[in-house]
Design a protein around this ligand. Structure first.
Ligand code: N7H
Length: 465
C-alpha cells in the first residue's frame, strides 16, 4: 500500500471541492521562504489521507508545487530525472522529442512565457471566501519572500452543470486505477503501477536517475495548462453542421456531432456503448459508463475495429487520449495521466450566445500528474492528440487530430476528421473528401508550466536545505 500520509492530496484523489485557486508566485528570498515552510506552510499541506474522509478534510485544502526555476531558486541542485520538467513547458513548444506539444507561442500569456514562475499553491474549498482567507494567511506568513505573479480561479459550474466543463460535457469519469491505492477498481478501469504517477514507486520508469537521497519519492510532476474554450464558436459550429438530417432534428444532429467529437454525450454516456442517442442513466452509472474497449462487442477482437467507426470515430477526444483496445492488446501502455482539472471563467452570457463570439475568457484549468512528462502529457499531446495518423494502423490512415483539443501547430488551421459522420463512415484509405472539416481550434492554449509536487517528506527536505 502507498503511504497516503506522505502524498499531496491532489495527485491520487483531487482537491474534491467546488472552488479552486491556482496561485502562481515568485520566490524573492529563499532562506526566509524555507524557514516559513518549516514553521508554518508544511503544516497546511493537505495529504491524501486527509482528503479521503470528510471528517478530516480541512476547510481549505492546500497543495504546493515547484517549477525547476523554483527548485533552482531554493538551491536544490538534484536533477529530478525529467528533462521536460527541467526545461520548462515553454521549451516544449520547440523542443526535441516528444515535443513540440503543438502550441503557438503567440497565444501564450506573458505570465507563462516569462519563465519566472517558481511555484504554485493550489487552494480548494467550498467557497471562494474561505480560499481568500487562507491565501491571505499564507501571504502574510511568507511576506516579502514571495511575489504574486498570476492567479486563476477555478470553479465547478452551477446547478445541473456541476461536473460538466464549459462545452457542457461531464468530465472526470475515466481515470486509471492505481495499484496499491484504488479500491474498488471499476469496470473498464485500467490498473497501473503507482510508479507511473509517483516518483520512486513500483515501475517508475526513471527510478535509476532520481535523486539518490530519495527526497523526490512519492512526488509527482504536475502539468498545468490554461486552456481557453471558445464555447459560443464551438456551439455555432455544431449548430451549423448537424449530422443525419434525414432522421434527426437539427438539434439532435448537432448533439450527435459534438458527442462524436468527444466520444461521450454531455451526460457522460460513452458513444461506443450508446452510438445514436444520449443515455443519461448510462452516463451516471460508474459500473457501466467506462466499461468499453473499442473492440468488437462480443468477440473483443481487434480485427473489425480497424475498419469500423460506426460506434466511435477513431479520432474522438477520449479515444485519442486513451485508445484502450486500439493499442492495449499489443503493448503494455505506459501513457497514462491522472487528471485533476477544473473549469475557470464565467458562464456564457446571452450576448455571447446570440453573437457566437467569445467575450469573456473561460476554459479548463488543466492539471495532469505523471512520473514522466515525456511518457505522459507530452506524449499524449504530441504523438496521439496532434498527430493525424493516430490511432495508427487503421484502414483510414489519417483519422485526423483530436477534434476537441488537437491542433495543427497551434495556428487554428482547419482540421480534417475522419468518421465523424456515421452515415459516411470514411472507409477510404486515400480520399479525404468525406472527412468533416473543423474550420479552426475551439480550445486555445494560453500557456502553462511544469511543476513538481513533492511528498510531505520532500517538502521537509527542501525546507531543511
Ligand atoms: Fe480531456 N472536455 O470536457 O471536453 N476530456 N479535455 N484532455 N481527457 C475527457 O472520460 C476536455 C485534455 C484526457 O480514459 C472527457 O473522464 C477539455 C488534455 C484523457 O477514456 C471530457 C479539454 C488532455 C481523458 C474532456 C481537455 C486530455 C479525457 C471525458 C481542454 C491530455 C480520459 C470525461 C479544454 C493531454 C479518456 C472522462 C479515457 C477525457 C474534455 C483537455 C486527456 C469531457 C474541454 C490537454 C486521458
Amino acid at each position: 500500500a502507498l503511504n497516503t500520509d506522505n502524498i499531496q492530496s491532489d495527485i491520487l484523489v483531487g482537491m474534491n471541492k467546488n472552488q479552486e485557486l491556482f496561485y502562481f508566485f515568485q520566490i524573492n528570498d529563499a532562506t526566509t521562504f524555507k524557514s516559513k515552510m518549516s514553521s508554518d506552510i508544511i503544516a497546511l499541506i493537505t495529504t491524501t489521507t486527509e482528503i479521503l474522509s470528510v471528517d478530516t478534510q480541512p476547510v481549505t485544502a492546500v497543495n504546493l508545487a515547484f517549477s525547476q526555476h523554483g527548485l533552482d531558486t531554493l538551491g536544490i541542485t538534484d536533477d529530478l530525472g525529467d528533462p521536460n520538467f527541467t526545461n520548462g513547458q515553454l521549451s516544449d513548444l520547440t523542443g526535441d522529442l516528444p515535443g513540440p506539444i503543438g502550441d503557438d507561442e503567440s497565444t501564450w500569456i506573458p505570465e507563462f512565457t516569462a519563465g519566472t514562475i517558481d511555484g504554485v499553491f493550489l487552494l480548494a474549498s467550498d467557497t471562494a471566501d474561505n480560499i481568500d482567507t487562507q491565501l491571505a494567511s499564507i501571504q502574510s506568513t511568507l511576506g516579502s519572500s514571495i511575489t504574486t505573479l498570476y492567479q486563476i480561479q477555478g470553479a465547478a459550474r452551477p446547478g445541473d452543470e456541476a461536473g460538466h466543463e464549459h462545452f457542457g460535457y461531464m468530465d472526470g469519469i475515466s481515470q486509471p486505477a492505481v495499484n496499491g491505492f484504488t479500491n474498488p477498481v471499476l469496470p473498464g478501469q485500467t490498473s497501473i503501477d503507482a510508479g507511473l504517477f509517483l516518483v520512486g514507486e513500483v515501475s517508475d520508469p526513471n527510478f535509476s536517475v532520481r535523486p539518490p537521497s530519495g527526497w523526490a519519492t512519492d512526488g509527482s510532476f504536475l502539468v498545468f495548462r490554461q486552456l481557453q474554450q471558445l464555447v459560443p464558436e464551438f456551439n455555432q459550429f455544431l449548430a451549423t453542421h448537424p449530422l443525419d438530417q434525414d432522421t434527426l432534428t437539427p438539434e439532435e444532429g448537432s448533439e450527435l456531432l459534438g458527442a462524436r467529437m468527444m466520444g461521450r454525450w454531455k451526460s457522460g454516456a460513452p458513444i461506443f456503448l450508446s452510438p445514436t442517442q444520449d443515455d443519461p442513466a448510462l452516463g451516471a452509472d460508474p459500473m457501466r459508463n467506462n466499461d468499453f474497449d473499442y473492440l468488437d462487442n462480443t468477440t473483443h477482437a481487434n480485427v473489425d475495429n480497424h475498419f469500423n467507426q460506426s460506434q466511435c470515430p477513431f479520432a474522438a477526444h477520449i479515444r485519442k487520449a486513451h485508445p484502450r483496445g486500439d493499442i492495449e492488446t499489443a503493448v503494455e501502455n505506459p501513457h497514462f495521466i491522472l487528471r485533476s482539472s477544473i473549469p475557470y471563467g464565467p458562464e456564457l452570457t446571452a450576448s455571447e450566445n446570440a453573437t457566437g463570439v467569445t467575450a469573456n475568457d473561460r476554459g479548463l484549468a488543466f492539471v495532469a500528474y505523471q512520473s514522466d512528462i515525456s511518457n505522459g502529457f507530452a506524449f499524449l499531446q504530441n504523438v496521439w492528440i496532434n498527430s493525424v495518423g493516430f490511432p495508427f494502423g487503421k484502414y483510414d490512415l489519417t483519422p485526423g487530430v483530436d477534434p476537441i483539443i488537437g491542433t495543427l501547430n497551434g495556428l487554428g488551421a482547419p482540421k480534417n476528421i475522419s468518421g465523424l459522420d456515421p452515415a459516411v463512415p470514411d472507409l477510404d484509405q486515400t480520399e479525404l473528401w468525406h472527412d468533416v472539416v473543423i474550420p479552426t481550434d475551439y480550445v486555445v492554449s494560453k500557456g502553462g508550466e511544469y511543476f513538481f509536487s513533492p511528498s510531505l517528506a520532500g517538502l521537509e527536505y527542501i525546507a531543511g536545505t
